[in-house]
Write a protein that binds this ligand. Structure first.
Ligand SMILES: Cc1cc2nc3c(=O)[nH]c(=O)nc-3n(C[C@H](O)[C@H](O)[C@H](O)COP(=O)(O)OP(=O)(O)OC[C@H]3O[C@@H](n4cnc5c(N)ncnc54)[C@H](O)[C@@H]3O)c2cc1C
Length: 475
């Protein structure tokens, strides 16, 4: 960084005056803080509750921790298949929760250490703009403090949407936050939402022993994916004993979660009722942009309530950026982390943009579902001519050694060149296989390289030889 840029950052001496002030300690915000703090800038992050944001406390990492416990449970219940006998298997949800809590505590300590080492200040309290680039922080004990930044980054994240369906809020539904804190197994969980958060929880809870009913408003699960994925996922969940009801619109809710709950829904032109003991909502996210004074800060919102940003993640207020879920970025931790790179460079005078970036994702059901690049539905919508190859996971010999033959792999290759357009996998270790194709796409490597590459045997990656070997010839 040039000396002149560092100088403007270093001359804010007044108390409560920072070179860079960040509201919310999500993935993007904390990385900006640590990186600029290490460069000697005066940086502060205002965080109301979760040190390190949602990912390590209430979202990605604790959910995968609990999912892993559920996988161990499923192995126990399948143990005879592997030639291992068992007696008296019992799920202790309090111990499952304890394992998760231990991990979260460790992660919070790790974060505190990184704050300390970077020199970035962590201010615990709820922040609200009172003027442009000026935030009033109210701590848990009600004390107030005003802080100001020459540059400001908003990284306040999102929360689970609880819509206005009559009776839903009164039913006190579980969201992922409460579900991750359960020390009991719900007898019958009604899970509203067939997206990735809902399906990960549905499978985990089923594996712990709950009866689970998933209620999805779209006509199929994972409605943005190709139909073969939706069908395969539906089958997979059904095989585990999960009831899935698609195309259902909930009209009203009665009862209270943890006791009994009744849902009334329109389904196929008639009203159905579903009764369970618990209800969980995983039906979309609402950005944390309400009631934080964005109007007085000159920060405008989109019609859906996200912070309006350009491709440099600049808001409508000068020297104010937004990162992660609240900025309408694709709602993944790795995208918020990429937002950090963009904002970091732009704060320092660079020109980095979000346009054209890859958005990989992985859903941690078992088996996993992962995708990078285009699926068939999107290629058709965009009028992009493609060749498609698809093989079953069972074609990979490794899946037979681990008894995980379910699912398939699919690749889209440009119709007129050897460029890889997209890769989808529903299969064991899908999230670990996808990055190989992703890197090939980033590097512009033709599909034939993966087709002909020598992968160690017997690994899942051998499937890429077979998959790309099945790409039809150009016509
Ligand atoms: C159950 C679940 C599982 C998920 N699993 C994955 C996954 O496997 N992989 C993945 O990539 N993504 C996953 N996600 C999505 C991912 O968690 C989010 O996209 C990511 O955490 C968003 O990060 P962020 O930077 O936008 O902010 P967040 O991490 O949401 O952090 C925002 C922070 O701002 C704080 N804050 C908000 N308002 C204020 C205020 N006024 N004052 C002070 N502080 C404030 C909040 O307390 C919070 O700590 C999952 C989400 C959920 C719900």
């Amino acid at each position: 960084m040039s000396n002149s840029k560092l100088k403007f950052m270093k001359n804010s001496k007044a108390a409560g005056e920072y070179d860079v002030l960040i509201l919310g300690s999500g993935a993007g915000g904390k990385l900006i803080a640590w990186t600029l703090g290490k460069k000697g800038m005066k940086v502060a992050v205002v965080e109301r509750k979760y040190i390190g944001g949602a990912c390590p406390n209430i979202a990605c990492l604790p959910s995968k921790n609990v999912i892993q416990s559920a996988k161990v449970a499923s192995y126990f219940f399948r143990s005879a298949e592997f030639g291992i006998t068992k007696d008296n298997t019992r799920i202790d949800m309090a111990a499952v929760r304890e394992r998760k809590r231990r991990m979260v505590t460790g992660l919070v300590d790790l974060h505190l250490d990184l704050y300390k080492k970077s020199g970035a200040e962590l201010i615990m309290g709820s922040g609200r703009f009172t003027a442009p680039k000026t935030i009033e922080v109210t701590s848990a004990d009600g004390q107030k403090r005003v802080v100001r930044g020459k540059k400001v980054v908003i990284n306040t994240g999102s929360h689970a949407t609880i819509d206005s369906t009559p009776g839903l809020a009164e039913a006190k539904p579980l969201t992922h936050i409460e579900a991750l804190e359960l020390d009991r197994i719900p007898e019958h969980l009604l899970l509203v939402g067939g997206g990735y958060v809902g399906l990960e929880f549905a499978q985990a809870m089923r594996r712990f022993g709950s009866r689970v009913t998933v209620i999805e408003r779209n006509s199929r699960l994972l409605s943005r994916e190709d139909e073969d994925i939706s069908i395969a996922m539906h089958e997979l969940l059904k095989d585990e004993g999960i009831e899935v009801i698609t195309g259902a619109r909930i009209n009203r809710v009665e009862g209270q979660s943890g006791n009994w709950v009744k849902l009334y829904a329109n389904h196929d032109g008639s009203e159905i009722t579903l009764q369970g003991t618990d209800i969980m909502v995983a039906a979309g996210r609402t950005p944390n942009t309400n009631g934080i004074g964005l109007d007085v800060a000159g920060v405008q919102l989109t019609k859906n309530g996200y912070i309006k940003v350009n491709d440099r993640l600049e808001t409508t207020a000068p020297d104010v950026w937004a990162a992660g879920d609240c900025a309408g970025s694709p709602q993944f931790t790795h995208i918020s982390e990429n937002d950090f790179l963009i904002i970091h460079d732009n704060i320092l005078g660079g020109q980095r943009v979000t346009t054209g970036r890859q958005v990989p994702f992985c859903m941690f059901t078992d088996p996993e579902f992962a995708r990078i690049g285009l699926n068939e539905t999107e290629a058709k919508e965009k009028g992009i001519a493609y060749r498609v190859a698809k093989i079953p996971m069972a074609a990979i010999l490794r899946t037979r050694t681990i008894s995980e033959p379910r699912g398939f792999l699919k690749a889209l290759v440009d119709a007129n060149s050897d460029r890889i357009l997209g890769f989808t996998i529903l299969g064991a270790e899908g999230g670990e296989i996808m990055p190989t194709v992703q890197v090939a796409m980033l590097a512009g490597i033709p599909y034939t390289t993966l087709r002909d590459a020598i992968f160690a045997h017997p690994t899942m990656h051998e499937g890429l030889n077979a998959l790309f070997g099945a790409v039809p010839a150009k016509t």
